[in-house]
Design a protein. Sequence first.
Length: 128
Amino acid sequence: MRPDAPRFRLLERLGGGSGGEVYKALDLVLGRVVALKLLATRPRMDASVITADEALAAARLNHPGIVAVHELTRWQNRPCIVMENVDGETLAERLERGALPIPDALDVVIGAPRRWTRPTRPAWSTAT
């Protein structure tokens, strides 16, 4: 592949908000489907620092419920995070089919945040 050739081919927009846009994309160098998060650009904001902080924080996490970060790079002159792509429906799409059964709803509200937090030592603990 030529050094100036496009790196990614956008396949579909997965979502977006004030922080940027996320696309399902084909990584043409590695030949795999990824999620590509393009950071929103705002005046007086150092997008590369914010993206790097977000990517580093996410890259330190290793959990089945959190996508893996593959790379922090620039694409089309914008900072972006290249992440694992996970196919499936969003919570919003699932709710369009009707209410969740109570155990599933409890897992979303109680279980998911518990899985995303790291156990910490209680303040009263004397263990070091």
